[in-house]
Design a protein around this ligand. Structure first.
Ligand SMILES: [Zn+2]
Length: 121
């Protein structure tokens, strides 16, 4: 069996966001990952790669979270990941890994740029 290299969840999250999904402040009841709201209103767990139905007892989900809150949260996640990758780039001596890290870093920076533009259009 060949070892399967996983695409990092943050990259898939960034992809989702680029497709127009928004990060919510809800978390997955199964794995605890932040949930995304797709354009059709579906809540989506990117880590489990499935739809999530969140039921709040006795409360209608009438108030969507403020967009800026989601952006701030996403921004801090992206910044943390960028710092994490920077640290790994400094430490690695493996060329393959370095290329992967550099690609991930560039994606993250792109995403961060987009988030910041969405926050301050
Ligand atoms: Zn999940």
């Amino acid at each position: 069996m060949e070892e399967k290299k996983e695409i990092t969840p943050i990259k898939r999250m960034a992809d989702l966001l680029m497709k127009g999904a928004t990060l919510t402040d809800l978390s997955c009841p199964v794995c605890g990952s932040p949930l995304f709201r797709l354009q059709d209103g579906t809540l989506w767990c990117e880590k489990d790669e499935k739809k999530v139905i969140v039921v709040k007892d006795g409360e209608e989900p009438t108030k969507p979270p403020a967009a800026s809150t989601s952006y701030n949260k996403l921004e801090s996640i992206l910044l943390a990941k960028i710092q994490d990758i920077q640290g790994k780039i400094e430490k690695t001596e493996n060329v393959d890994e370095l290329q992967k890290l550099a690609a991930a870093l560039s994606e993250l920076l792109n995403s961060l740029d987009k988030v910041q533009k969405m926050k301050n259009p």
